[in-house]
Design a binder for this molecule. Sequence first.
Ligand code: SAH
Length: 214
Amino acid sequence: MRDFERLRNLMVETQLIPRGIKDKRLLDVMRKVPRHLFIPETSWDDAYEDMALPIGENQTISQPYMVAIMTELLELKGDERVLEIGTGSGYQAAILGELAGEVYTIERIEALAHKAKNRLGEMGYTNIYVVIGDGSKGLPEKSPFDRIIITAATPEIPECLKSQLAEGGIIVAPVGQRFSQILIKAKKIKGTFKQEYHTPCIFVPLIGEYGWKE
Ligand code: SAH
């Protein structure tokens, strides 16, 4: 039996802290949430390595550092309502569920959505809602959200998502070309957006009405 707890601590000490992740609550949650349970058992040897991994359907679970920096940029305090676009494995949603009040997460591929929903349910999360659909359109009926995180590459942040964000809210998204993006944090201040540019990154594409075509 592998010592996953030790590997998780090692992941935090060698991949996250040296790269500048500081949020104490986030680091504690990254030490706790079992990333291996979100990937196929055949990849468990690599579960806490410094990389993205395949989760089926041509999709990936993000590199731990990418999950950490995106979450840190969201500045979660504990009671926020969060929207995630791109559930994938559900790992990022679990991290958000630990740190925020309520999480809505949208996935376009039904098989992934079902797996993520079951997995999160079995783990005991009751504040995470998995929705099947085109997340590029957001979830207007549950808006406004305090935070929005897009975990798929997008040519730009869709206007409809901007309008579903509450005043003072934050959106984090990988924005750019199909095979290379930059992580953007955008804060809504008096209806306008103040943008910061962070690390370069590579995500699978957002496919949908306000993303790329299939
Ligand atoms: N956050 C995930 C990784 C995301 S991979 C995790 O923690 O594992 C990106 C995911 O976005 C893929 O599962 C892909 O199917 C999904 N996706 C792409 N376009 C989408 C859209 N328009 N709406 C919802 N999900 C989308």
